[in-house]
Design a protein around this ligand. Sequence first.
Ligand code: GLA
Ligand code: ZN
Length: 682
Amino acid sequence: MEWKILNEQMLHGGDYNPDQWLDRPDILKKDIELMKQSHVNAASVGIFAWSALEPEEGRYEFDWLEKVIDNLYNNGIYTVLATPSGARPIWMALNHPEVLRVGPDLVRNQMGGRHNHCYTSPYYRQKVWDMDKKLSENFGKHPGVILWHISNEYGGECYCPLCQQEFRNWLKKKYGTIEELNHQWWTAFWSHTYSSFDQIEPPLLRGEHSVHGLVLDWKRFVTDRTVDFCAWEKAAIRAGGSDVPVTTNLMGFYNGLNYFKFRDVLDIASWDNYPFWHTNPQDESQVAITAAATHDLMRCIKQEPFLLMESVPGVTNWHPVCRMKKPGMHELSSLQAVAHGSNSVQYFQWRKSRGSSEKFHGAVVGHDGTANTRVFREVATVGSRLKKLPEVCKTNVKPEVAIIFDWENRWALGEVQGLLNVSKEQSKNYVPTVLEHYEAFWRMGIPVDLVDMSCDFSGYKLVIAPMLYMQREGIVEKLRSFVEKGGTLVGTYWSGLVNENDLCFQSFAPYGMQDVFGLYSEEIDALYPDQRNKMVMSASGAEYELRELCDVVHVSTAQVLGTYKEDYYAGNPALTLNFFGFGQAYYLCARADQEFYKDFYEEIADDLQLERALDNAALPHNVTASLRKSDEEEIAIVQNFNPFPTTVSLENAVTDIETGEYTTHIKLEPYGIRFLLKDNVM
Ligand code: GLA
Ligand code: ZN
């Protein structure tokens, strides 16, 4: 595969829509001038350009695109070439309505919007194949084309008859017989036993939602269909002769797709990041932590550096309140992605469109068409900084800590009726809970991976598995062997209750792990939102607040580190530790607060001597550091999320990669971020 510059320099640029300006050569000329001025070296072209590429069925017009790619290349700007499958031309929808998506109400959409397509329609697949193959034949070997941007933000579902039939085929393949499906889905409940695969419908608006196995399998099927569609597009590109790597832009914690399933089809992961900065201008940490964790999650899909494919210069047009990024925040937000493993800062969008729904969405170039804006200048600053960071491209983030975040577990938690009946989307607060564990490491400057149950845990020192309600096949064995061989595991309440089809284990929880944790859970209590219990630490007498879910466990071999203070389970274990094989397993019985996670993980970090980005440095509040490394180099990236300046003092001097300064006193501007070469490796 031809990786061209992807490992050699940071990409800077973004979504570029010359197809909206083909009658304005003056604008296209100005674009190049402004791109150079803002240090842009990569433009994502053609994302929604189908009607410019095939104005009527079978008539392809690629000349304009050739000119654009040539022109960019001649001016030192690479093309990230998109396949246009994210939106369709009108002729296609009118002539072949089967390409349009059908909703869970079984009503077919009208022409309009985007992502409004069926993944199964043979006609749509053929048209996409033809288009992608032709693009590949024409431009796949162009020296300016460095990456394929397949489609755009795949998402959503189609319930058309073709997709429903595919679902039935998928189920047949998974279960073999209808008897097995009935058993795994526990359909005898409410008398919903199927007698043939033909009777099965997906979870329609007014249809079956009480069979959780069905709901879960539908979500898995939607992911598989989407991955299959992406693989189809990739195959068309390869059939057209291009060897250039492919990506598709993902959406972080988006609930609708299990992104780990894209691991094999993508050559490089990329995603679109739109943090809600200044929700609380006094304390940006929760936004920063969510963004940091999402970068880590996206990096873990391939366990390689990823690309920030979209972010906004200025502000989006779809946040509930569209606060502008304050001066300095654009730089910090952009380079935060690099700190977590991105080899690019790309934007949506290069130039604001004149009309339609995104005309007020932030862009590098506004309707004024000039470089005389704060946004433009800040973008140019990011570009000039990225130019100084080519060596960062050759490094990656390699944590010793992994937190398990698993989409299928999230879906299953979302379906559970009982405990806390919050909305399905909230999945029993699974994501916020994962982020609470993550926060403790972010504050210590300890790198973290976010992995799912299918990932390999063997290289980590510490694995944290919050609310592992569902145990997918193989996870019990993997976690057991991880601890047996010397790893440290943190498990929590509401773990090990169901198998991957959401069938309850016929045992106490956590299934298959009771000897690992040295305990079993007998029952679990749920608290109303304003209710609290407390944990009293056995050694220190320190107290922490507990909330939401409280597991009532019985220990066999585990030591009790903390107990509940209140309620009928006062005195019962709230935190335990058990030694198993060469390793150890903690069990946290309830959702705790940040004070607890901080103290708890600081102690574990010391015990395990977890690698910190900056050794022996006290990080000021809301300042963090991440670490990228290769065999030759270690680069710490220190980030100040405060709107005021601060200093971090180090024991060992480091070299600022951009300025060459060699120092132990790292001064940080308000929202400052610095890349520091450590000289303890060589
Ligand atoms: C997504 C899409 C873009 C654009 C932006 C707006 O990320 O991929 O086309 O609509 O949102 O923020
Ligand atoms: Zn369909």
